[in-house]
Design a protein around this ligand. Structure first.
Ligand SMILES: *Cc1c(COP(=O)(O)O)cnc(C)c1O
Length: 373
């Protein structure tokens, strides 16, 4: 069994992928070729915003968003402690300070009730992260942000395709970013990323930042970077987009099957799906005590698992904020465990996962504290 099966998808669209790649090799416009613009248009339409700008990866996308908003030294950006390193790393890279806020204990998403206490005169933006495939409470976050004149930057690296009250992830904030890393719900065959916004001026600033600040040839009006989505990756993504809605539905069906099987085994899925949300299930996870031993037993049964993420960002040496206290994040990082999840997971495989999990947890109960050693 595989944690993520990328080959099953490839087998379904191999001729389309081959043709798409061959077209790029034939026209030879490897950088900012016609596929990039075609993809940006399709992604903007899909998300329901006026502007999509491709870039090199999801981490750059976050940094570009912050640079385009002129966030830098002396500024603070509110970030959840429970996320991939890139969320806070991008803040630090522009010279600003990530201010960590804890997550909701049910959804594991930025808790809007904790925002007010974290806002200072230096706060410029709030960065909710749509962890595991669903959006944080964007209405509540947007309300606090507009009251304080702050920008909201959604890190939608894990949630492309998700909705909240019918609106797509990526359309619920001033600007949003996503990633096309191969294992993301919409993944390329290499690195890629994109930004989404409805604001034409911000879209222009984003394009400038991502293209060396070049307003016209060899005329650089602001500091930027070189961050572009490869034409080849855009061609791959265009072919994969044709399957995407069906794959999201397959992911959701697999998640519901896990919900039911785990429920029957008395194991709770965690986090829960918030009302009004759909998730694209970038991860499907549970919480377990004594995680290493459970992972070990599952591995012995041929079930791969992963931990997203074991260390809260406020405790990462490169990004530490020793004074921040995030008890929910701490508890989640200690116990979270991701199960195999992809659109082509079969019912029989999921039954095996849950059986092995129930056995591992029962074994843990008996083993009681003697540990895996
Ligand atoms: C994957 C991911 C990123 C970074 O994307 P890359 O394309 O790998 O740079 C940022 N934030 C979150 C939450 C992610 O999961």
């Amino acid at each position: 069994m595989q944690f993520i099966d990328l080959a099953a998808q490839q087998a379904r669209i191999k001729p389309q992928l081959d043709a798409a790649i061959a077209r790029v090799l034939a026209h030879g416009r490897y950088v900012l070729g016609p596929e990039v613009e075609a993809l940006e248009q399709r992604l903007a339409d899909y998300v329901g915003v006026a502007h999509c700008i491709g870039c090199a990866n999801g981490t750059d996308a976050l940094q570009i968003a912050l640079m385009a908003l002129d966030i830098g030294p002396g500024d603070e950006v509110i970030v959840p402690g429970f996320t991939f390193v890139a969320s806070a790393e991008s803040v630090a890279l522009v010279g600003a300070r990530p201010v960590y806020v804890d997550i909701d204990p049910h959804t594991y998403l930025l808790d809007p009730a904790l925002l007010e206490a974290a806002i200072t005169p230096r706060t410029r933006a709030i960065m909710p992260v749509s962890m595991f495939g669903q959006c944080a409470d964007m209405a509540a976050i947007g309300e606090v942000a507009s009251r304080h004149g702050l920008a909201v930057v959604e890190d939608a690296a894990q949630s492309f395709g998700a909705t909240q009250h019918g609106w797509r992830s990526g359309s619920l904030s001033r600007v949003a970013t996503t990633s096309f890393f191969p294992s993301k719900p919409l993944g390329a065959y290499g690195d890629g990323g994109a930004l989404f916004t409805d604001d034409p001026e911000l879209a222009e600033a984003i394009r400038l930042v991502a293209r060396h600040g070049e307003a016209k040839r060899y005329h650089h009006v602001r500091l930027g970077m070189n961050s572009r989505l490869d034409t080849l990756q855009a061609a791959v993504l265009l072919a994969k987009l044709d399957l995407f809605d069906e794959e999201v539905a397959l992911r959701q069906a697999a998640a519901q099957r896990y919900d039911r099987l785990l429920g029957q085994a008395g194991i709770a899925a965690a986090p829960v799906l918030a009302p009004g949300n759909t998730s694209v299930y970038a991860q499907y996870s549970i919480r377990v005590a004594n995680r290493e031993a459970v992972q070990q037993r599952l591995a012995e049964a041929g079930i791969p698992t992963a931990v997203h993420y074991p260390v809260p960002l406020n405790r990462q040496p490169a990004l530490a904020e020793p004074d921040s206290r995030l008890p929910v994040t701490d508890a989640v990082c200690e116990a979270i465990l991701s199960l195999p999840m992809h659109p082509y997971l079969e019912a029989e495989q999921q039954e095996r996962v849950v059986e092995a999990l129930a056995a591992a947890l029962a074994g843990e109960g008996e083993g009681g504290g003697t540990g895996a050693a």
